[in-house]
Design a protein around this ligand. Structure first.
Ligand code: HEC
Ligand code: HEC
Length: 337
């Protein structure tokens, strides 16, 4: 628990900036803090944006009703468990992966989606809006069912995403500093047993040896990296490079960039070799599903592959976790005709 408070203080230190500083001084301070934590400095042509805080919101010159809706979006993002059984069917909050309430660079900050969408997305092969991108994380990462497009919950969430992008131009032509979960170089060999050992030494204290994390009442203290309480097989973080990037940049909590690249990849390999709810795109046959979504997705995951320690084929089951459906009806193709 002490570490958790430490981490929150740390993220606070990064994300709060004194109002007395000029914009350039603020950016310099921000980058210094990040490089001290082991993150790379921005490259010359990269767009650096410091998302506003909820304190900034209180002082902002926007309609009080907009403030109220943005606060609601923040609340849904950081305590998504309030939608458990309705839209969320696992132990995740949005902020379980998008740390620092979606503001933290190198932890897939969410504001870039607000300035780069609508755009074509390879994962589903059509042009997606910001709402559909959010719906994607509900479907896969939350093993759930997205709120209706245009609903109060969706509007509140999109308002929060867009607010974080305040001041950034639409469709920026520069690459965004700290976007996504940038992966360290993949080492030549990955080891399940080294990954297991590393996980048990450095991660299990919070996430537990069986990967179930920790729930207290209806709040998630430590999310579940695998099992029924985790994201399903269609979630972005099941891709090895994404998991390795997340882990290297963010874990153990409060000690970013403390693992070697080899350790981060081995532990990602171990976690990604554990069971979780079925991919909502499942066709009824794991090999067929892997083949269908291999080129755009599963070539990077362990889905449908044999786990070497016990010969088990991963993802070969009908288990949808806590929900009683496989695929929410928002998952569909579009033709724009
Ligand atoms: C299990 C981890 C996980 C959870 C939980 C999660 N996400 Fe994500 N999210 C991801 C990953 C992985 C990506 C893709 C990052 C990348 O591009 O490398 C992503 C991407 C995004 C993006 C696009 C960011 C960009 O750069 O364009 C948005 C927006 C987003 N998520 C919103 C949400 C919302 C809203 C929730 C809660 C309903 C949520 N996420 C829950 C893992 C998660
Ligand atoms: C001190 C407790 C703690 C330790 C140690 C820790 N984590 Fe986490 N982890 C968290 C918390 C809390 C979150 C949710 C993000 C947040 O609240 O900032 C999280 C989120 C995650 C997530 C994304 C959500 C999920 O469950 O899939 C993964 C993956 C993860 N940690 C893996 C690891 C790995 C691998 C290690 C060891 C190298 C590790 N963690 C060590 C506390 C911890």
């Amino acid at each position: 628990m002490i570490r958790r408070f430490f981490c929150i203080a740390l993220i606070g230190a990064i994300l709060f900036s004194s109002g007395l500083l000029s914009a350039d001084e603020k950016t310099e301070k921000y980058i210094n803090t990040l490089t001290e934590l082991g993150y790379p400095a921005p490259e010359e042509n990269q767009l650096v944006h410091i998302p506003p805080t909820m304190e900034d919101l209180e002082e902002a010159d926007v309609h009080p009703e907009l403030k109220r809706v943005i606060r609601r979006g923040y609340d849904l993002f950081t305590n998504t468990q309030q939608l458990r059984g309705e839209n969320v069917f696992n132990n995740m909050d949005c902020s379980s992966c998008h740390t620092g309430a979606g503001r933290m660079p190198f932890s897939a900050p969410i504001w870039p989606a607000a300035v780069t969408l609508p755009d074509f997305r390879g994962k589903n092969g059509h042009v997606n809006s910001l709402e559909e991108r959010i719906a994607g994380c509900f479907t896969y990462s939350m093993n759930g069912k997205p709120p209706e497009y245009g609903s109060d919950k969706m509007v509140a969430l999109t308002a929060y995403h867009s607010w974080l992008a305040t001041g950034v131009e639409m469709y920026p032509d520069k690459p965004i500093y700290g976007r996504g979960f940038p992966a360290p170089d993949r080492p030549e060999e990955l080891s399940y047993s080294r990954g297991e050992q590393g996980y048990n030494e450095k991660c299990a204290v919070c996430h537990s040896e069986d990967g179930s994390g920790l729930q207290v009442g209806n709040q998630t203290v430590f999310p579940a990296p695998w099992g029924d309480g985790s994201n399903n097989w269609g979630a972005g973080i099941v891709r090895l490079f994404t998991a390795a990037g997340f882990i290297k940049n963010n874990m153990p909590l409060g000690q970013p960039n403390s693992l070697s690249d080899q350790q981060a990849w081995d532990i990602a390999y171990y976690i990604s070799s554990q069971e979780r709810p079925q991919d909502p795109r499942y066709t009824g046959d794991v090999e067929e599903t892997r083949e269908k979504y291999g080129p755009t997705f599963h070539k990077h995951s362990r889905y449908g592959q044999i786990r070497e320690v016990d010969g088990k084929r991963l993802g070969d089951h009908e288990n949808t976790g806590e929900k009683d459906f496989l695929k929410p009806d928002t998952v569909r193709s579009r033709t724009f005709e």
